[in-house]
Design a protein around this ligand. Sequence first.
Ligand SMILES: [Fe+2]
Ligand SMILES: [Fe+2]
Length: 199
Amino acid sequence: MDPHFVDLNSAYDFEKIKKRLAKKLDAHRYEHSIGVAYTAAALAMAHDEDMIKAYTAGLLHDCAKCLDEEERERACRKYKVELTEMEKEFPFLIHSKLGAVLAKEKYGIEDPEILSSIRYHTTGKPEMTKLEAIIFSADFIEPNRKPLQCLPPIRKIIYTDLDKAVYLILKQTLIHLEHKGQPVDENSQLAIEYYKRFA
Ligand SMILES: [Fe+2]
Ligand SMILES: [Fe+2]
């Protein structure tokens, strides 16, 4: 079925998803999630990707972001989420991996492509699928983001050159981490190695 002809409200019960999400996220994170959902849908339109999957993944990508430490640890134990040393040291990274688990367990999303794009939305990875690249990028460019200098040129090219936009976002992320004195996750390192061919 052509995703451009699917009624957005026929695929999943988005009202129910949004209601639950609004309870689990703070107001700022909820607005950001709506922004990512619509940005991802627009990118899907431009790049012949499934609009519904992009909207759903965008909506849920940060569903585990506002858990407190205790809730996070409990959820990781319950769903047997194994953490890397890097995730133990920088727990904010866990929300991607745990988000994919909660999207399935709590929001009923079974689609492996949606779950994987939630899983890798923070770090990226080499050779992302179109949907993974869309969610990774929509997270960075959605309209509620703080106006950074790097954003206008990325927003301008992303509808025609998604790979180059991914490269520019990874580069910007690395600059930001360096500035904060934080190490770079292995997936992001491998991703920038791969995406620099699109620079
Ligand atoms: Fe996130
Ligand atoms: Fe996000």
